[in-house]
Design a protein around this ligand. Structure first.
Ligand code: SAM
Length: 283
């Protein structure tokens, strides 16, 4: 009979978040697959657990994944851990879970620390509907396409980001959603320097240009206004809304027209022309 793959979350900062189920899973597994064995050894030493460790990280999933699956098929059980938080969430693990599911190997996910959920809960923004966007690509074209696809998104959006890329990301978010859009910058969650800055994208950009960001960040961004409010607009009202979006969110005319078209079902080109005429009349 096949063994079980246990997805074992680890603290995102505070060792007090270790649960007895996590410890039991690590104790009971035949071996532990770790993203960085040096990082996990520190945790295992803290818990007084000695277990065989294998490495499973972004650059060896192709070889290490099948090797782990073979051991599971032979009846061993494996605990998968990453450097921090829940395995498979912006971390190695997704592929291994898929391989196990395909091979009929039982997978047990133990609930525990996860930066995105902790940030969402503390953000002060609507939590009823949200979308997790992970890290934005560094490749310019993919990054632009990702952000463009989010222009009309009404759900709260959650992004991960490294501190040295934070300013560039805030600037791209501001360009996409406008300077007035609310954001919660959740830094060093569960750690000594935990901080939540609830502000707007425009103010966040200005703040972090002057105060270089340090530590780990999750960005929680407010969604766009609910489309119901724009659902039954006349062309005239739609054009007024395009202008309003331009003025309050700093969107380009073309982008504002696209957003209102998505929300209202009115044709984008007609909205663009009507808003252009309105702009001319206002001048
Ligand atoms: N699997 C992890 C989880 O469950 O949250 C996420 C791993 S991902 C490689 C690392 C990113 O998570 C960081 O760049 C940061 O955006 C976020 N993160 C992790 N720990 C954090 C913390 N203590 N405070 C704020 N953000 C954190």
């Amino acid at each position: 009979m096949a063994g079980t793959l246990y997805l074992v979350p680890t603290p995102i900062g505070n060792l007090g978040d270790i649960s007895s189920r996590m410890t039991d899973a690590l104790n009971e597994a035949d071996f532990i697959a770790a993203e960085d064995t040096r990082v996990s050894l520190k945790l295992l030493n803290h818990l007084g657990i000695r277990k065989p460790l294998v490495s499973y990280y972004r650059h060896n999933v192709e070889t290490s994944g099948p090797a782990i699956v073979n051991r599971l098929l032979e009846g061993e059980s494996c605990a998968l851990v990453t450097d921090a938080g829940t395995p498979a969430i912006s971390d190695p693990g997704e592929d291994l879970v898929r391989l196990c599911a395909e091979a009929g190997i039982p997978v047990v996910a133990i609930p525990g620390p996860c930066a995105l959920v902790t940030a969402l809960a503390i953000s002060g923004l609507p939590t009823g509907r949200f979308t997790f966007e992970g890290f934005l690509a560094t490749n310019k074209k993919n990054r632009r396409a990702h952000l463009d696809a989010l222009r009309g998104e009404t759900r709260t959006m959650i992004f991960y980001e490294a501190p040295h890329k934070l300013c560039a990301t805030l600037s791209d978010l501001q360009e996409t959603f406008g300077p007035q859009r609310r954001v919660a910058l959740c830094r060093e969650l569960t750690k000594f320097h935990e901080e939540v800055r609830r502000t707007t994208l425009g103010e966040a950009c200005a703040w972090y240009r002057e105060n270089p960001p340090r530590g780990e960040f999750v960005l929680v961004v407010e969604g766009a206004e609910a489309p119901e409010e724009a659902a039954s607009l006349t062309l005239e009202e739609g054009a007024a809304r395009v202008r309003q979006l331009q003025e309050t969110q700093g969107l380009r005319l073309k982008d504002a027209a696209r957003q209102v078209a998505q929300e209202s079902g009115l044709p984008k080109n007609e909205l663009y022309q009507a808003a252009l005429a309105r702009k001319g009349a206002e001048a």
